[in-house]
Design a protein around this ligand. Structure first.
Ligand code: ZN
Length: 206
């Protein structure tokens, strides 16, 4: 009987170790992203722009989905807080921002809900456009990653999106109309490595 206890202990340690390693695997932020999130905790993050070759390449990459465990991590809380500070920078304000623009290759966007009272910024996790309604229309756009430029882009004015709820990761759908729908399309494009200048006409300096 004496020999059994150490075996139980070893089995317990192994099970705990497996649980911890499985749990860690569910957090998908890589070392570089964690370093970036920690470095710019509670502050404005530097924006990736097309003016730098390495940034330009990064902005063309496809972002990966966030997991429920990512959302429950402190990294996610810190990242959303810093992204909000970045898009609200009085010197360089935007109406939307996507995680790749601050160097995080994850499917996360913040959109200013111009269609809601108080025009709050809201975050959307793993957003996808699942349907559109009506024809596309041209409208002016700019981008924090394309400094000093504007262009006309054809976008839908009525889209339905699917995303994971920021609180409980449940799948939600929502239909969005007007210019807010344009912001969603612009930001979701970022997650697919597409910039508005790829689609724009009449690109001019601001
Ligand atoms: Zn943009």
């Amino acid at each position: 009987m004496k020999n059994i206890r150490p075996i139980y202990s070893i089995v317990t340690i192994l099970l705990v170790a497996m649980f911890i390693s499985c749990n860690n695997k569910s957090i998908t932020f890589n070392d570089k992203e964690i370093e970036l999130i920690n470095r710019y905790k509670n502050s404005i993050m530097p924006l990736k722009t097309i003016n730098t070759e390495s940034d330009s390449i990064f902005l063309r990459e496809i972002s990966t989905p966030l997991t429920k465990e990512d959302l429950e991590s402190s990294y996610f809380q810190e990242l959303t807080h810093s992204m909000l500070m970045t898009v609200n920078n009085p010197e360089n304000e935007g109406v939307g921002i996507a995680a790749p623009q601050v160097g995080i290759g994850k499917q996360l966007i913040a959109v200013q809900r111009l269609d809601k009272e108080g025009e709050p910024f809201e975050f959307y996790v793993n957003p996808k456009i699942i349907s559109t309604c009506g024809d596309k229309e041209f409208g002016g756009e700019g981008c924090l990653s394309v400094p000093g430029m504007r262009g006309d882009v054809e976008r839908y004015r009525n889209i339905t999106i699917e995303y994971n709820d920021i609180e409980n990761f449940e799948i939600k759908t929502e239909t969005i109309e007007g210019f807010t729908a344009v912001i969603f399309q612009h930001e979701i494009d970022h997650l697919n490595g597409t910039l508005y200048i790829d689609k724009a006409e009449n690109i001019t300096n601001k």
